[in-house]
Ligand binder design. Sequence first.
Ligand code: XIL
Length: 381
Amino acid sequence: MKTKLVFTTLLAGALLGACATQPVTKEEPGLKDVLGDKFLIGTALNVWQVAGQDTAATAIVKKHFNAIVAENCMKCAEIHPTEDTYDFKDADAFVKFGEENGLTMTGHCLIWHSQLAPWFCVDEKGKNVSPEVLKQRMKDHIYTVVKRYKGKLKGWDVVNEAIMEDGSYRKSKFYQILGEEFIPLAFQYAHEADPDVELYYNDYNMHEAGKRETVVKLVKDLKARGLRIDAVGMQGHVGMDYPDMDEFEKSMVAYGNEGVKVMITEWDMSALPTVKRSANIADTVAFRKALNPYPDALPDSVSQVWNQRMGAFMDLFLKHADIMDRVTAWGVTDGDSWKNGFPVRGRKDYPLLFDREYQPKPFVTELIERLEKEKAENAAE
Ligand code: XIL
């Protein structure tokens, strides 16, 4: 193999010499170039990025990612603000951006207790509607939104965050009115609206044993009823001290064993002190100075630990590439991240793959170099 490499180097040198006036500049590979044969690598986009108002972010998207998801504009409160009005402007722009750039798109999300349009589960007096009315509203919403983007999206997060860490069902309005049945109904409606689109169950803290058990049961149950479910989305909002990687891996394997793909759908890692192990946005607690220790920059010592841990997560995803369909970061750069406002408002966090200067974090650069080298070695063998 060594001889081959020397020969290739000599040959490349000779070729370069021959075209000395026109040096061959090879563009540095992006994440999608080195991960493309393993799983999709995606990012969430906000409306400013889609509108082209953040060209540096758009350049990162084009170079590094082959998949996108809308951070907010497809959620019920945004897309269906009142019973009689849909607002597709931002979602249409998102889909257009994806089509123009050849990106694989995920719809996020159809049924979720949060960012739910206030009218959805109640009557004009504010009382919960009957099961029949809610079913009809879910059906109308899901049919309208899914059909609009039929053939354009790869899949939908059909139900988001319905199970608690202890494995019980979240007592959301959907649950109060329809019981556990609201989940299979949502999957049924989504499939009726577009039989070709993939359907996902998506949630956070998916490493928790109780949640793992119920999600596994849910997948079995949907399948037993003959309903479609293609993947389980593990959001992957992680921190420096949680989750335990072994528990996270156990969940990946448990979901994969049910014959569905696994996706990391909203990957980020807060570099700040952990406040609460929850991504329930209703949990926002008062700002406290001690919880915002790096208002200027992330110290090198913390950055090193952060990069090492993110690298370890990526290695875990690569180890299970056979069941992983996609890894998506929840935002492009640190400045865009929702973690700057959650679960404590006004903190400065450093959770994403690119920093505020649009530079890749060290673990990203190292990953690209390592996988590029591995590829070259495999090709030379
Ligand atoms: C977050 C967005 O990033 C924020 O901009 C918004 O204010 C709140 O929602 N779980 C999800 C995502 O499924 O939709 C959430 O996104 C983060 C937690």
